[in-house]
Design a protein around this ligand. Structure first.
Ligand code: PMP
Length: 305
């Protein structure tokens, strides 16, 4: 259960958590067109709190809105400030921020007409997304029976609510079968992304990740690429198949919620030694130092509250 806090920002005003409600005829609820973000704020060493790569998340929110043809009735600056203010009013030193832009009530046809475009920002505490011990021990993954979206069917570069029906189906299927997460293939059969994460593999010390063609351009993915470049770890963005990843020495997921989660098994095949590999460990350590403000080289990525 999500841990309730005091207030939610709704259309420019703070309202009590329990009163942040919408009408059942909210257009988005029926047809799935909303765009949202998932952002994390970390408590740093010096006791201050910093939102990780807020600018990039707000840019992606506005890009998603552009793709979904939704006009956000606030500026980027206003939305960024509101994200930080929502953490402050809820006295959260560390937590997750969820802005969502959705189509309100009015007409009920698929054509949304002049229905209002609304924006809510909620915050809550969120620990390890893929479960206790996931970040240390790694998780078990199943290639999904559900194919990830084709670029001409759903807009894969946008974080659109409706895209997540595919994610929910895949995630539920994997969990029911006793796995922790679903890995989806694209319409041509190549490895795509997970229900809420991008994927990396490591073989002989070199990294590979899915190209951005038909996946969500993950901000954690980009952070890992930049960290790896700084460490001179070879990396390519190229398509790969499920049998290629079966023989990887290491594999891991990246995501704001999942952070850098090692994968210890895919389709019942042990990956590498079945535990967090050395490259994954090194990247994880670097990532957590950066988000907690311990690496001044990456201070541009932190937005202090
Ligand atoms: N792919 C999907 C489908 C996602 O939902 C997410 C989570 N936002 C990601 C990848 C990772 O993106 P990010 O690192 O920006 O959170």
């Amino acid at each position: 259960m999500v841990q309730k806090v005091e207030k939610i920002w709704l259309d420019g005003k703070f309202v009590p958590w329990d009163q942040a409600n919408v009408h059942v005829l909210t257009h988005t609820l029926h047809y799935g067109l909303a765009v949202f973000e998932g952002i994390r704020c970390y408590l740093c060493n010096d006791g201050k709190s910093a939102v990780f790569r807020l600018r990039e998340h707000i840019d992606r929110l506005f890009d998603s809105a552009q793709i979904g043809d939704l006009k956000i009735p606030f500026s980027k600056k206003e939305v960024s400030e509101a994200c930080k203010e929502t953490l402050r009013v809820n006295k959260l030193k560390e937590g997750y921020i969820r802005p969502i832009v959705f189509i309100g009530e009015g007409v009920m046809g698929v054509y949304p007409g002049d229905n209002p475009i609304r924006l809510a920002i909620a915050t809550w505490s969120w620990g390890a997304y893929l479960g206790e011990g996931a970040l240390e021990k790694g998780i078990r993954v199943k290639v999904s029976s559900y194919t990830r979206h084709h670029v001409n069917v759903m807009m894969t570069k946008a974080k659109i609510s409706g895209n997540y029906v595919n994610s929910v189906l895949a995630k539920r299927e994997a969990m029911k079968m006793g796995y922790d997460e679903a890995l989806m293939l694209d319409t041509e059969g190549y490895v795509s992304e997970a229900s809420g994460e991008n994927i990396f593999m490591v073989k002989n010390g070199a990294m590979k990740t899915t190209p951005l063609t038909s996946i969500l351009p993950g901000i954690t993915r980009d952070s890992v690429i930049q960290i790896a470049k700084g460490k001179k770890i070879p990396l390519v963005e190229d398509r790969f198949t499920r049998d290629e990843i079966y023989t990887a020495h290491e594999a891991f997921f990246t995501g704001t919620a999942a952070e850098i989660t090692p994968i210890r098994e895919i389709d019942d095949r042990t990956i590498g030694q079945g535990k967090t590999g050395p490259v994954t460990k090194e990247l994880q350590a670097a990532f957590f130092e950066i988000v907690r403000g311990k690496n001044p080289e990456f201070k541009e990525w932190l937005d202090y509250l």
